[in-house]
Design a protein around this ligand. Sequence first.
Ligand SMILES: Nc1nc2c(ncn2[C@@H]2O[C@H](COP(=O)(O)OP(=O)(O)O)[C@@H](O)[C@H]2O)c(=O)[nH]1
Ligand SMILES: [Mg+2]
Length: 322
Amino acid sequence: MEQAEKILNGDVRAAARLIRDIDDGIPSSRQVVKALYPHTGKAYVIGISGFPGVGKSTLVDQMIQEYRAAGKSLGVIAVDPTSPFSGGAMLGDRIRMQRHGTDPEVFIRSLATRGHFGGVTRSTHSIIDVLDAMGKDIILVETVGVGQDEVDIVTTAHTTIIAMIPGMGDDIQAIKAGILEVADIFVINKADREGVEKTINELRTMLEMSCREDSNDKWHPPIVPTEAIRNRGVPDLLSQIEAHKDFLFNRGREYLKERLRKRAFKDLTDTVKETVIAGIMQQLESSESFQGMIDELAEKKTDPFTLCDQIMEVFYAQKEKS
Ligand SMILES: Nc1nc2c(ncn2[C@@H]2O[C@H](COP(=O)(O)OP(=O)(O)O)[C@@H](O)[C@H]2O)c(=O)[nH]1
Ligand SMILES: [Mg+2]
């Protein structure tokens, strides 16, 4: 497998091409990821999520700087499915991290697609594996927003950071569901603005109310104020990440195991979904009866369930034959 070999030897162009293929859902990319898989599992993955504009990319840029100073190599993925072109927010991300663009130890990629039938999580998992196989020490994944997709993506990470800004009281309420449970570290960025203490207190109260047991083998998510544009608080953030890493590999080993199982479950089910749906859709789109079915349904001559049953019947009959 020539492409895999190249990537393992650190060929940046081969890696970039594979990542694009994964992002585009090109089936042949699977074989390459397969060949790379035995070489994964060494990188430390850090996820960072939060609403647009809170300063994630600025923060990531500073984190890159700090990790580089410590001699670490990095892979950085910015996932922004809300941006239909590689302009907009994505362009902003790249500009903010531009100073690292010429550093061979830093590999930055933006993903703009919603992913394919397995969703954006599936392709992001594979891309993390590619960076891992390339031998990157640290992988930073920036995702926009705080919805289910983002939660899924960040549960891929060893350490999950949620970034907010002062005065987001209502937003804290809005992101309560799901996110409070998955965050390992909270960042209150733009700490130069008013209301930092208030936001920290509100968040702390919410964390205390959510049923995290007060025991030794639980991690208590710290809240770190930062000013990303001035690089204030970023070293603190890195210390907290280090503390969390230490927790995962020592006191929290059982918890880490459980988390890896959750990731494996999601990974496998997403892969099966993607495979089954892609197979059926391919057949459907090339079949003449498909357009007829759509017409029938549009005219309400039948219902989607009856049609779906027919499609499944044909699909399984063909599977049997092959
Ligand atoms: N006042 C202030 N502005 C910041 C800070 N960090 C980032 N910004 C600005 O916030 C804007 C959005 O930053 P960006 O990193 O693109 O946010 P993202 O959408 O979360 O990735 C930019 O104009 C940054 O310069 C900060 O600590 N304080
Ligand atoms: Mg950004």
